[in-house]
Design a protein around this ligand. Structure first.
Ligand code: AMP
Ligand code: GLY
Length: 430
């Protein structure tokens, strides 16, 4: 079948790399893609939120499946757009409905959903401009630290962990009164701080059945030792030695199954990924958040470790055979390290030529380079085009070895201002 993949990050390069390995993939198109996805299919110059153009292209090119990478088109209702269109409703979308995407699109919606479905999460309350004074009282009575979250999508910047009451009050005012994130912060969720180890588990679901397709730990801060500003993610490792069968069983029974049952009971249409952002507090799992998509750079370790044909997994959602699929994983450890532009997550320059020492890189069967913010310039050079530029993923017999291998490859890639964290996976050094 012909497949269209939406997005342009490292996540999409990893998905594209996996999709073209499927025996069911005839032609793959990526909109808009990056310089890396060009190695897997044809890049199409269409934006991910331009549903009319996506439909027109899909009909003209006999697209039978659309895989949606980022959250924005999901929250804007790409699934509903296609299913309600007589000409295009035959196309299988790997996507939740707009209602399902609210699990990520609104923190208040997702917290209420967790509560209704008895899913363990941090205690919270939500406030708007009308309840601003109540919110201040709530903060004044709260223990420290306090977590404040803009309700809507805020490009990963909407969560603040305040370590003083004054900071929390200032942030609250900034979000609600000064509309720091516009409409997205017209409502604010204030919640208890969970102290533990963070991990992410990824599921593919049809809102009836689910399969776990992988898990990972992401390193979100820009600086070594988890210091400095939050980023989209600077590296990932998988599998996690502390994710024992006992702990996974708790996650499945208390969080994943409750979520799938909740979707089914509430008639929420969902034919896609759920990203469970979890905190291990002591030996107990808590759900911090849902995302309605795969993670980035998590996808860059999940796709290499997943042995199944990904299109067979996707098709099983529409054939009602998801429950019969046996998911198989590469047992080796996998590590992705992101190379970023100087200045990221603040301002950075684009257009720096990236040099790859291919003689060394091509010899390595155990490493993959997934492009994120890259493009081809008019001279045919690969140049930087974003904050996170690429991720190098490697396999190893353990996490340290996988990390070591990725660092080795990164030393054969150069661009002006290139930065990467050299301590990814530091807790798992052996
Ligand atoms: P989110 O946008 O909800 O993923 O939040 C961003 C990050 O903030 C998470 O990945 C956590 O590292 C942190 N975070 C969010 N909520 C909490 C919480 N209740 N307790 C501790 N850390 C949190
Ligand atoms: N790496 C975290 C995310 O994709 O949201």
């Amino acid at each position: 079948m012909n497949i269209l993949l939406l997005g342009s990050g490292g996540r999409e390069h990893a998905l594209a790399w996996k999709i073209v390995q499927s025996k069911h993939c005839d032609e793959l198109f990526i909109a808009p893609g990056n310089a890396g996805t060009l190695q897997c299919g044809k890049n199409i110059n269409i934006g991910v939120n331009d549903f009319e153009a996506i439909k027109k292209f899909s009909l003209e090119n006999n697209i039978e499946m659309i895989v949606v990478g980022p959250e924005e088109p999901l929250v804007k209702g790409i699934y509903d757009f296609f299913i309600n269109d007589d000409e295009a409703k035959h196309i299988q979308l790997i996507a939740p409905s707009a209602n399902g995407a609210q699990l990520e699109g609104s923190k208040a919606f997702s917290k209420k959903f967790m509560q209704r479905n008895n899913i363990p999460t941090a205690a919270y309350a939500e406030f708007t401009k009308e309840s601003f004074e109540d919110g201040k009282t709530y903060i004044n009575q709260h223990t420290l630290p306090i977590v404040l979250k803009a309700d809507g999508l805020a490009a990963g910047k909407g969560v603040v962990i305040a370590t003083s009451i004054q900071d929390a009050l200032n942030t609250f005012e900034e979000m609600i009164i000064n509309q720091q994130f516009g409409e997205a912060s017209s409502k604010v969720v204030i919640e208890e701080y969970l102290d533990g180890i963070e991990l992410s588990v990824f599921v593919l679901t049809d809102a009836k059945y689910y399969k776990i397709i992988g898990h990972a730990k992401d390193y979100k801060r820009i600086g070594v030792g988890n210091t400095g500003l939050n980023t989209g993610g600077m590296g990932c490792v998988s599998p996690l030695p502390f994710l024992t069968d006992v702990f996974l069983h708790k996650i499945e029974t208390r969080i994943i199954q409750q979520t799938i049952n909740g979707l089914q009971n509430e008639n929420i249409i969902y034919n896609g990924f759920i990203f469970f952002g979890l905190m291990k507090v002591g030996d107990e799992p808590f759900l911090i958040e849902y995302n309605c998509r795969m993670g980035d750079p998590e996808t860059e370790v999940i796709m290499p470790r997943l042995k199944n044909d990904i299109i067979e997994l996707f098709q099983s959602i529409y054939n009602d055979t998801l429950k019969d699929i046996v998911v198989e994983f590469d047992k080796r450890a996998c590590a992705a390290i992101v190379a970023a532009s100087k200045g990221y997550p603040g301002d950075y320059e684009k257009g720096k030529v990236i040099q790859f020492d291919n003689s060394v890189i091509q010899q390595s069967n155990n490493s993959f380079i997934f492009h994120a913010g890259t493009k081809l310039n008019d001279d045919g050079d690969v140049v930087t085009n974003g904050g996170r530029v690429l991720a190098v993923t490697s396999f190893g017999s353990n996490i340290s070895e996988a990390v070591h291998q990725s660092k080795k490859i990164l030393n054969h890639i150069r661009f002006d201002g290139m930065y990467f964290r050299n301590d990814i996976g530091y807790e798992f050094n052996s």
